[in-house]
Design a protein around this ligand. Structure first.
Ligand SMILES: [Fe+2]
Length: 252
C-alpha cells in the first residue's frame, strides 16, 4: 500500500491567540511539528469567524498568518501553509461578505470556497436560504463536520439538500476513529457511502484530545474504503478545494 503521499489538511486552529485553538506561538509551533509528524504536507489555518465570540475577519487572519509563516521559516518546519477561516453560519455572514471580509479558501470552477460551520445542536431554520444566497454570489460553502451536528446524526440524509445546492462536505478525522461517539461515526459512514464527502480534515486545536490523528484516519479509510478513497479524501479532494489559490503561501 502506498501511503507516502502527503496529506492536505484544510481545517485547523493553529494561529495563536485568536480562538479556542493554540494560545501561544510555542503551542502553535508544537502543533505544526505534530502536523508534520502525522504526515501533513499542506496545512490550512482556519480560525473561527464567529462575530461576538471570535471576532476574526479576513484582514486580521491574514496579518496573523504572515507572522506565523515567518515563525515557521525561522524554526525550519517543513509545512506548506495557507489560511482561510471557519465561518459560523449567521446573519452577520452577509455583512462580512459585503465588507469583503470573508476568508475564502480557494476557487473551484469559478466559485469561491469557504468553510462554513453550523451550530452543534441543529440546522437552523433558514439555513437553506442563506446558503442559496451564498451560491448565487458564486460561493460554494464547505460544510465542516456535519457528522457532529445532532440533527445530522439523527438523519444524515438531511445533508442531501445542501449537497444538491452545491455545498461540499468535510468530515473530521477523529469522527472516523470514534472520538466523537458512535453516532458521529455512523453519520460519517453514511455520508461517505453516499459519496457526498470531499475532504477529511483534522480540526486540530491542541496536542491533547483535539490533535491531528490524520494518519490514523488514513489507515481507517484505506482499510474500509481502499487506498484510492483515502487519497481522494485526504489529498486530492482537499487540494481541489484550495484551488491552488494565490494566497496559498509556501513556508518551506
Ligand atoms: Fe474548527
Amino acid at each position: 500500500m502506498d501511503t507516502a503521499w502527503g496529506i492536505v489538511d484544510i481545517h485547523s486552529h493553529l494561529l495563536p491567540g485568536v480562538d479556542d485553538g493554540a494560545q501561544t506561538p510555542e503551542e502553535a509551533l508544537d502543533l505544526a511539528r505534530a502536523a508534520v509528524a502525522d504526515g501533513v504536507e499542506h496545512l490550512v489555518l482556519t480560525p473561527h469567524v464567529f462575530p461576538g465570540r471570535f471576532d476574526n475577519t479576513r484582514s486580521t487572519i491574514e496579518a496573523g498568518f504572515s507572522r506565523f509563516v515567518n515563525l515557521l521559516r525561522v524554526y525550519n518546519i517543513p509545512l506548506k501553509l495557507a489560511f482561510a477561516g471557519e465561518v459560523r453560519l449567521d446573519a452577520s455572514t452577509l455583512d462580512l461578505l459585503a465588507a469583503g471580509e470573508l476568508p475564502f479558501l480557494g476557487t473551484v470552477e469559478g466559485y469561491r470556497t469557504m468553510l462554513l460551520e453550523l451550530p452543534d445542536a441543529q440546522i437552523p431554520l433558514g439555513t437553506d436560504k442563506l446558503i442559496l444566497h451564498l451560491v448565487r454570489q458564486s460561493i460554494r460553502p464547505i460544510i465542516v463536520h456535519p457528522e457532529r451536528n445532532k440533527a445530522v446524526m439523527e438523519k444524515p440524509e438531511r445533508m442531501g439538500l445542501f449537497v444538491d445546492m452545491g455545498c461540499f462536505l468535510q468530515l473530521t478525522g477523529g469522527s472516523l476513529l470514534g472520538q466523537f461517539g458512535p453516532r458521529a461515526l455512523s453519520a460519517s459512514r453514511y455520508l461517505l457511502e453516499q459519496e457526498w464527502v470531499t475532504a477529511v480534515a483534522s480540526d486540530a486545536h491542541n496536542l491533547g484530545a483535539r490533535t491531528f490523528r490524520l494518519s490514523e484516519a488514513r489507515a481507517y479509510l484505506c482499510a474500509e474504503y481502499g487506498e484510492a478513497a483515502a487519497r481522494r479524501l485526504l489529498r486530492d479532494g482537499p487540494k481541489a478545494l484550495c484551488g491552488m489559490a494565490a494566497q496559498c503561501s509556501v513556508a518551506a
